[in-house]
Ligand binder design. Structure first.
Ligand SMILES: C[S@@+](CC[C@H](N)C(=O)[O-])C[C@H]1O[C@@H](n2cnc3c(N)ncnc32)[C@H](O)[C@@H]1O
Length: 393
C-alpha cells in the first residue's frame, strides 16, 4: 500500500483504528460517531471533527478512500427475508457500512466486532455479513479471525473478531494472516504507572475502607482453607445452617451443583468457616455479591488475594492471576491491582488498549473508562492492517 493512503473511521469512538493506521502512514479523511463525548475527544486528539449518526450521512458526502475501518455495534439482522434465502440487513448499522462500500468500493476493509458476532443469532449474523461482503466483490478468509491483545504480549484478554477484506481485483499474494509463532509472556505490571504513590491523584483510585475490609476477610478465607482452593463460585449464604438443610429439588442443575460444592467445602472446613463467618457478620459491607467469591487463579495458586487481579462483579469478587487483565468493558467493573490496593487509572486502561501516553483522555473518569471499554486495541489493528495492506512486491 502506498504511503499516505486514505482511510475512513466509522463508529470511530476514541479512534483506535485512527492511531493504528496513522502509524502505518495512512491519513484519515472521514470519521463518524453518534456519541458527542467521543466526537469531542476525537477532535481534540486528531483535529478532525467526526460526523454524527451514520444513518443520517449520505455516502455521497463521504470522501473517496482506500481503506474502510469499522468497529460496528453487533445487532441481529431481521429474519423476515429468510424464506427467500437471503436475510435482509436493512435497518441495521451493518447496512450503513454496506451502502458506503457499495458506493466507494475501497480497496480494503477492516471490520471488528465482539467474538459473539460469529455465534450470534445461531450463526445467522455471521452468514449475512459474509454474503454481503462477497456479493460486493471482497475476499477474506472463510474462517473468522479471533484475536486478543494478550496474544501479542499486551496484558489484556479481549477476544474480538477481525474481518480483513481485500477487493478481489487488488493484487496480493495470499489471504493468510500470520499470528505470532510463540506465545508471548504477559505481565500485568507492564502497563502500571511507575513511581506509584507519587503519581498525582493516584489515591483517588485506592480501595475504600469497606472494600479493604471485605477483601481482607476473603484473604483470611483463602488462607484458612484446607487446599486445594475452590475453583467453583463460593457462596457464603450456602454455609448457613438453614441453607445447608434446604432442598435443592426445584433448582436448575448448575445452581444445584454450585450449592453441593459449597456444602462439601463447608463440611471439610467446618470449624474454620464457622469462626470466619462470625467475623463476616460483623462487617456491614459483607453482603450480596461481596459475600461471593470467584477464585479463578487456579486451585494450587498461592492463597493470597493481594497477589492477584481483583474485580467486584455482580456475580461476586473475581480473582485472576496477575498475567493479563480481563477485557475492559463499558460498564464499571474496573480491575483492581491487589498488590497496590487500587483500581487501574484511566491512563493504565488506555495502555491496555495500546493508546500512546500522549493521547488526551476525556477528563471525566467514568466517561474515559466507558470509551476505553468500547475501543479497539491499537496494536492488534496495526498487527493485522500491516499484513492486509502489504502489496505484492
Ligand atoms: C464498539 S464502539 C467502536 C469503538 C472504536 N473502534 C474505538 O476505537 O474506540 C462502537 C461505536 O459506535 C458508535 N455508534 C453507535 N451507533 C452509531 C451510529 N448510528 N452512528 C455513528 N456511530 C454510532 C458508538 O457511539 C460507539 O462509540
Amino acid at each position: 500500500m502506498k504511503k499516505n493512503f486514505r482511510f475512513i473511521d466509522l463508529f470511530c469512538g476514541l479512534g483506535g483504528f485512527h492511531v493504528a493506521l496513522s502509524k502505518l502512514g495512512g491519513r484519515c479523511v472521514f470519521a463518524s460517531d453518534i456519541d458527542p463525548d467521543c466526537r469531542q475527544v476525537y477532535k481534540e486528539n486528531f483535529g478532525l471533527e467526526p460526523r454524527g449518526d451514520i444513518t443520517k450521512v449520505s455516502e455521497k458526502d463521504i470522501p473517496a478512500h482506500d481503506v474502510l475501518c469499522a468497529g460496528f455495534p453487533c445487532q441481529a439482522f431481521s429474519k423476515a427475508g429468510k424464506r427467500e434465502g437471503m436475510t435482509d440487513p436493512r435497518g441495521t448499522l451493518f447496512f450503513d457500512i454496506i451502502r458506503i462500500i457499495q458506493h466507494h468500493k475501497p480497496s480494503y476493509l477492516i471490520l471488528e466486532n465482539v467474538r459473539n458476532l460469529v455465534g450470534h443469532d445461531d450463526g445467522n449474523t455471521w452468514r449475512v455479513v459474509k454474503e454481503h461482503l462477497r456479493a460486493l466483490g471482497y475476499v477474506f478468509p472463510d474462517e473468522p479471525i479471533i484475536f486478543s491483545p494478550h496474544m501479542l504480549g499486551i496484558p489484556q484478554f479481549r477476544e474480538r473478531v477481525f474481518i480483513l477484506c481485500r477487493r478481489k481485483d487488488v493484487a496480493r499474494r495470499s489471504l493468510q494472516f500470520k499470528k505470532p509463532l510463540k506465545k508471548p509472556e504477559c505481565n500485568a505490571d507492564k502497563i502500571l504507572l511507575k513511581g506509584d504513590g507519587k503519581t498525582p491523584n493516584i489515591s483517588r483510585y485506592a480501595l475504600s475502607g469497606k472494600e479493604m475490609e471485605v477483601l481482607s476477610l476473603w484473604n483470611e478465607f483463602v488462607q484458612g482453607l484446607k487446599p486445594p482452593l475452590p475453583t467453583f463460585p463460593v457462596w457464603t449464604e450456602a454455609f448457613a445452617e438453614g441453607s445447608r438443610r434446604a432442598s435443592l429439588d426445584n433448582m436448575p442443575a448448575w445452581k444445584r451443583s454450585i450449592i453441593r460444592h459449597n456444602r462439601e467445602l463447608y463440611e471439610q472446613n467446618k470449624n474454620f468457616i464457622d469462626a470466619w463467618l462470625k467475623k463476616c457478620a460483623a462487617c456491614a459491607a459483607f453482603v450480596g455479591a461481596k459475600a461471593k467469591l470467584e477464585w479463578q487463579a487456579g486451585e494450587n495458586a498461592k492463597p493470597d488475594m493481594w497477589e492477584n487481579i481483583l474485580q467486584f462483579r455482580p456475580s461476586g469478587i473475581r480473582v485472576k492471576r496477575p498475567t493479563y487483565f480481563p477485557a475492559l468493558v463499558a460498564i464499571t467493573q474496573t480491575s483492581i491491582v491487589g498488590r497496590l490496593r487500587r483500581r487501574l487509572t484511566p491512563r493504565e486502561t488506555a495502555r491496555l488498549q495500546s493508546f500512546p501516553d500522549s493521547y488526551k483522555l476525556h477528563p471525566n473518569d467514568r466517561v474515559a473508562y466507558k470509551q476505553l471499554g468500547n475501543s479497539v486495541n491499537v496494536e492488534v489493528v496495526r498487527f493485522f492492517a500491516r499484513q492486509l495492506l502489504a502489496r505484492v512486491a
